[in-house]
Design a protein around this ligand. Structure first.
Ligand SMILES: [Ca+2]
Ligand SMILES: [Ca+2]
Length: 241
């Protein structure tokens, strides 16, 4: 065992005197998205605090984007396995993350890493989630892999059209995710207070009769119409579990 025998998997921190490169690569595009450089002194502080440091993750979708995920706070929205493509067709949007303790090929996959220490978040804070609502389904497996397949427990939206996007957090460190750029999400909880109420119905009405708003295009096909209204109607009073 290369990384010690603590009950919780520990990932190697940066060696003193060098920087730790945090990165993320999007498969299948294999686009490098090196994001943050961690100062050696800061890494040392992490090391002293015994906080696992994650140098590298890789993410991929089962189906190439763009994709849209319809979410509800109570988890009754669509699972990642039923994301929408831009034609409003359901496709497998399973998101897979592989965790390495260093850049491949030097790095090794990290098995059994706690799922609650890995989560998704948007850059602008327009997506809100219930506790644990955006973590993967399981700890990383023997190959360092974990998946988002189940529904997110969330309201609000991630709209790339407004410059927003997703990021991956691992043990609280944000790993910018250019590979997630074609992934978006919306919810019948339009105002993002984690409950679908009459306020959301009113907001939907604005989008239904007014200019196009992605936030209300739940079945993502570029039009806010009756199929979106049906998804709203089926989600009234949804709130966090
Ligand atoms: Ca609401
Ligand atoms: Ca629609």
């Amino acid at each position: 065992m290369r990384h010690g025998n603590a009950a919780r998997p520990t990932i190697s921190a940066a060696r003193p005197g060098r920087q730790s490169h945090w990165g993320l690569v999007m498969s299948p595009l294999k686009t490098w998205g090196v994001v943050a450089l961690l100062a050696a002194g800061f890494a040392g502080a992490l090391w002293a605090a015994d906080i696992p440091v994650v140098p590298y993750v890789e993410v991929s979708f089962a189906t190439p984007g763009p994709l849209s995920l319809f979410c509800l706070p109570d988890g009754s929205g669509n699972p990642f396995t039923e994301a929408y493509n831009s034609l409003g067709q359901k496709v497998d949007g399973t998101l897979t993350l592989t965790l390495y303790d260093d850049f491949p090929p030097r790095g090794d996959p990290v098995p059994d890493f706690p799922r609650e220490d890995i989560w998704l978040m948007d850059l602008q804070g327009t997506l809100v989630s219930c506790p644990g609502g955006l973590i993967p389904a399981a700890n990383t497996d023997a190959n360092g892999m974990t998946h988002w397949e189940q529904p997110a427990l969330a309201g609000g939206r991630v709209d790339p059209g407004s410059g927003n996007g997703w990021t991956v957090f691992v043990v609280g460190w944000t790993l910018d995710a250019p590979g997630l750029i074609e992934f978006r999400a919306n919810s019948a909880d339009l105002d993002g207070n984690l409950a679908v109420t009459l306020t959301d119905v009113w907001l939907f009405t604005q989008a239904f009769f007014g200019p196009y708003d992605y936030a209300a295009d739940f079945r993502w096909d570029g039009v806010v119409n009756l199929s979106d209204l049906a998804l709203l109607a089926g989600s009234l009073e949804a709130s966090c579990p």
